[in-house]
Design a protein around this ligand. Structure first.
Ligand code: ZN
Length: 184
């Protein structure tokens, strides 16, 4: 089911669509000339369990649509945590304690275990130095994360001012975010 409502009172061509998903909703801002190149910015709260409220999400889209007026922006609001990856940029996972590379087998196994709890329990003991940590605290190259609420800016062709955007989003919602640059 898709419902559409106006985002700006003065601009009737700019609409925000709402789409129901299995366990949440997507809010979609799609300007007519939006493009897609396989590059997107994924913006997530630093705390994986944090759920953005719909009203705040609309304000966040409003802000981002000024920064990226020609780009599709989607906010996915879900009740469960997902892994937010960086696509083709994924190289390796590194232990935050000893700096050694974590084997993909060990990481995959840990991800499988955590996914059985819907990532509520992400705790692990690294096999390199037996450090008690969690999947979200590992160092991902390129950066990845975990989130219930995911903001995606599709094909941002303008130069991105990371700190300005993070500050702008925090001003609106009081939440700290991180940016993930994904090449699909
Ligand atoms: Zn280690």
């Amino acid at each position: 089911m898709i419902s559409i409502f106006g985002l700006f009172s003065c601009k009737t061509d700019t609409k925000l669509a709402e789409e129901k998903t299995e366990s949440g909703i997507n809010l979609i801002y799609k300007p007519k000339n939006a493009t897609s190149s396989g590059f997107e910015i994924r913006i997530i709260p630093q705390k994986p369990e944090l759920e953005l409220q719909k009203e705040i999400s609309v304000s966040l889209i409003k802000y981002l649509s000024k920064e990226f007026p020609n780009n599709e922006i989607i906010i996915r609001l879900d009740s469960t945590i997902s892994f937010v990856d960086c696509g083709q940029g994924f190289e390796k996972v590194v232990c935050p304690n000893c700096g050694k590379e974590i084997s993909m087998d060990f990481w995959q196994e840990s991800m499988d275990m955590a996914s059985r709890t819907n990532f509520k329990d992400m705790s692990i003991k690294t096999n390199c130095c037996q450090t008690l940590t969690d999947l979200n605290s590992l160092n991902y190259k390129a950066d990845c994360g975990f989130a219930k609420s995911i903001i995606t800016v599709n094909d941002p062709n303008t130069k991105i001012n990371d700190s300005k955007i993070l500050l702008g989003l925090k001003r609106i919602s009081g939440i700290d975010y991180k940016l993930i640059f994904a090449h699909i």
